[in-house]
Design a protein around this ligand. Structure first.
Ligand SMILES: Nc1ncnc2c1ncn2[C@@H]1O[C@H](COP(=O)(O)OP(=O)(O)OP(=O)(O)O)[C@@H](O)[C@H]1O
Ligand SMILES: [Mg+2]
Length: 272
């Protein structure tokens, strides 16, 4: 049974929400998952809009957002909390996951595959119908309220055999695959974020298509929407496009002199 959750009235757009241009039905899916208390997994390459999407949806649903950038030293205690020494006394201090559970917010674990194994032990009971967070050190068993949602993301491109999500973890999440938006949408995002004209943004997206075609052969990752926004921002600020492209699309993509020369040539051919 689905209980309706009091969220603020949701018109289609609100200038206070972080800007997010939907590509498909991801906003509807997020909202459905939230209302039905299902955890969500977002996978996709770097800089394609995953974090922005979560920030947008949290604002749209009127829920507080707790974001944790996972890394290989991140332990369960970093998420749940720990006893801290304060003025000669030890006091329990909630971690971001516990705070999100207590207040009915959204907890977003970015690059979840990087986290240590004990983290999955903590999130498992929260991601099935128990929606439970056991806090061993305080002896509490927190039941997640309806407003709580767990969202995790990772980049399958960086996947290492040892750093993959176990099936028992990944099969606990409704999953959406993200990719770079289709050209017209990506140009719209670039224009909105940088203020550069639609026509010049379309030319940058066209270049991105050519650079992305090199992925797998010469480059590990295709140029991200994030880098294209950097490029558009520098151009809008008055920098010539070939120079902006050098700083934002060549240098960040590769350290290899031959590959960089090939990228520069591609850029020159596109804009000459
Ligand atoms: N659909 C979109 N609508 C609005 N902005 C977008 C969209 N897609 C990408 N962006 C822009 O691209 C930038 C990078 O996106 P974001 O930080 O969300 O990437 P990410 O997928 O979380 O990357 P990473 O895996 O590196 O954390 C955002 O700051 C935003 O400006
Ligand atoms: Mg991100």
């Amino acid at each position: 049974m689905v209980t309706r959750i009091a969220t603020r009235a949701t018109p289609d757009a609100d200038p206070d929400w972080p800007y997010y241009r939907p590509v498909g039905r991801e906003c509807e899916l997020f909202e459905l998952a939230f209302r039905h208390r299902l955890p969500l997994l977002l996978k996709g390459p770097t800089g394609c809009g995953k974090t922005r999407f979560v920030a947008h949806m949290a604002a749209r649903l009127g829920r507080p957002l707790h974001t944790v950038a996972c890394h290989d030293d991140l332990t369960a205690a970093d998420l749940t909390g720990r006893h801290l020494l304060q003025g000669g006394e030890t006091r329990w201090s909630d971690g971001p996951l516990t705070r999100a559970v207590r207040e009915g917010g959204i907890c977003y674990l970015d690059e979840v595959v990087e986290a240590r194994r004990d983290v999955t032990v903590v999130i498992h009971p929260l991601t099935d119908d128990r929606r439970l967070l056991p806090l061993e050190r305080t002896g509490e068993q927190l039941h997640a309220p309806p407003g709580f949602m767990l969202v995790v993301s990772y980049n399958p491109g960086y996947q290492h055999v040892l750093k993959n999500l176990k099936p028992s973890t990944r099969q606990r999440f409704v999953s959406i695959e993200f990719d770079f938006p289709p050209p017209a949408v990506e140009a719209e995002v670039l224009a909105a974020e940088s203020g550069l004209s639609g026509e010049r943004c379309a030319a940058l997206v066209n270049l991105a298509g050519r650079l992305r075609a090199l992925k797998g052969r010469d480059l590990d990752e295709g140029v991200s929407t994030r880098l294209l926004i950097y490029c558009a921002t520098l151009v809008q600020a008055g920098m010539p496009i070939d120079e902006a492209a050098q700083y934002t699309l060549v240098e960040p993509l590769s350290d290899d002199p031959d590959i960089r020369a090939a990228l520069r040539e591609l850029i020159r051919m596109t804009f000459s």
